[in-house]
Design a protein. Structure first.
Length: 343
């Protein structure tokens, strides 16, 4: 074993291409000298690093000479509450899929659900005779007849319209068949779904959160000078962007909103250059403009209230992306448009 270990050591010593020590030095001395040279290199690198550091005085001068005022703002949005309207192609496609499912599915086992001779069985036979299919929202169609292949709608047919399908389901729940009229018969009243167009949409109330349910709405405030913008404030000395954005919303739209600020990083920024430089009264420095950084926020409950705002806000609106473009200035729109989703 001793001979094997000595051979391995000799081979390892030959493979050391970077060793600059004398071959006559013993192994223990070589290890000690190697550690000593490594420590010396570390100390020399540490002593050279402070020479490249920026003096504190130079850093302070750079902060004072920064020619822009920093502001923090928030793009507060209300998420869509309902799904968007289907396109004509999507309506036809989904309706075709439902009729195709009737052709591919097994026949409806009627007596498994309705006992023969019962009132529910008689009601089932009456409805099935009229619509010829177990499905209640695909119109009159028999998936097992000789014309089952003809499952596509003609131009102008209304069976694929969502409102027509809702009406068919409601009438079936009330006990009517497709061809029956209400008449004087007494049927069960079934609650109908709420309309997709609200009263705020009809009246054009742009301050209501119950409008444009398919779209994302954003809070815009109107300054005393007459222009529209997102809520924003000038940052204090030791205030980060998130704290400034939350303060801007509180001082502009009041505390009556439950808001979730998404993240700590801006999603957009706007640079405004003044026509002529101004002097900052706090620092005495010359300012060429303002840089506003916007964070993303979501309103979960509540409503904006500008009655006691601290930012000279005179009006507010909840607007979609296309409506914002009509209210703000062109440079402002160019800076924020890519931060707003299409829907």
């Amino acid at each position: 074993m001793a001979a094997g270990n000595n051979g391995a050591r000799q081979i390892a010593s030959l493979l050391r291409s970077n060793s600059r020590l004398d071959s006559g030095v013993c192994r223990n001395c070589q290890e000690a000298l190697g550690r000593r040279s490594f420590a010396t290199a570390t100390v020399s690198s540490d002593t050279a690093s402070p020479s490249s550091a920026i003096p504190p005085a130079a850093a302070a001068d750079a902060v004072q000479n920064f020619p822009y005022r920093i502001k923090a703002g928030i793009i507060l949005s209300r998420a869509p509450r309902i799904t968007r309207d289907l396109t004509p192609f999507e309506k036809s496609f989904y309706f075709y899929q439902r009729r195709l499912n009737e052709r591919l599915a097994l026949p409806f086992t009627r007596y498994f659900y309705f006992k023969r001779g019962t009132p529910t069985d008689e009601e089932w036979k009456r409805k099935f005779k009229d619509r010829q299919t177990p499905a209640r929202d695909i119109g009159k169609y028999n998936a097992y007849s000789e014309t089952a292949w003809n499952d596509e709608l003609l131009v102008g047919a209304t069976e694929s319209e969502p409102q027509n399908q809702v009406d068919a389901l409601v009438r079936d729940a009330e006990g009517f068949s497709l061809s029956e009229s209400d008449g004087d018969a007494i049927h069960d009243e079934v609650p109908k779904p709420l309309p997709r167009i609200t009263e705020a949409d009809k009246s054009g109330d742009e301050k209501s959160l119950d409008r444009a349910l398919q779209r994302t709405l954003y809070l815009l405030v109107k300054a005393k000078q007459g222009y529209w913008k997102f809520p924003s404030v000038v940052l204090n000395a030791k205030e980060n962007i998130r704290a400034g954005a939350e303060r801007s919303l509180l001082q502009s739209a009041g505390p009556n909103m439950n808001v979730w600020t998404v993240g700590y990083h801006p999603i957009s920024h706007y640079v405004q250059n003044f026509t002529k430089p101004i002097i900052d009264p706090a620092t005495g420095a010359e300012l060429k403009g303002e840089k506003t950084f916007f964070l993303k926020g979501r309103i979960l409950a509540g409503q904006a209230n500008i009655a006691e705002n601290m930012q000279d806000v005179i009006d507010f609106k909840w607007l979609s992306k296309e409506e914002i473009q009509k209210h703000v200035m062109l440079p402002y729109w160019s800076a924020i448009k890519n931060a707003l989703p299409e829907r």
